[in-house]
Write a protein that binds this ligand. Structure first.
Ligand code: TR5
Length: 143
């Protein structure tokens, strides 16, 4: 973790993360920053793209490899708690893509997958995404 807030109620959460969580305390259906990345309106370090899925490096990495894997069409999946049967395919694709990218990144010895859900699950961007973390040093359940 790059920086820690001494006044943090949760010392395992970085100050950048706290700020993001404070800014996103209300789950919403509004477009997110990820739409701008999908539409190439703002740049991202893209590591994988196909017709359904986009993956790019996290701007505030919590591990030497930290990649976000997102559906190009959100289709109501602001968060995992909104998943319905119609999302079976995309949810499977997100996980399968994580495995493909892990191989691409040379993470033969293993990796971590994280999905944050909702205000009490540390979610800050309401467009479902899978965190792929590689070369992780154990720091609790969430960096
Ligand atoms: O907190 P959750 O689980 O919702 O994860 C959201 C992730 O998006 C965080 O790990 C952020 O660091 C990451 N993030 C936020 C922005 C951003 C990004 N990753 C890449 N590029 C980004 N841009 C350009 N802008 C952001 N606001």
């Amino acid at each position: 973790i790059a920086s820690q807030s001494t006044s943090s109620p949760n010392p395992s959460v970085s100050s950048e993360k706290e700020a993001a969580l404070a800014a996103a305390s209300t789950p919403s259906d509004s477009p997110t920053i990820f739409d701008k990345i999908i539409n190439k309106e703002i740049p991202a370090n893209v590591v994988y793209e196909d017709e359904k899925v986009l993956a790019f490096r996290d701007i505030n990495p919590q591990a030497p490899v930290h990649i976000l894997i997102i559906p190009k069409v959100r289709d109501g999946l602001t968060r995992l708690a909104k998943a319905e049967e119609r999302h079976f395919d995309i949810l499977g694709r997100l996980l399968y893509t994580a495995k493909v990218i892990a191989k691409q990144e040379g993470l033969e010895e293993g990796f971590r997958i994280v999905i944050n859900d909702g205000p009490k699950g540390c979610q800050s961007v309401y467009h479902i995404h899978v965190h792929l973390l590689g070369d992780v040093k154990w720091s609790g359940l969430l960096a």
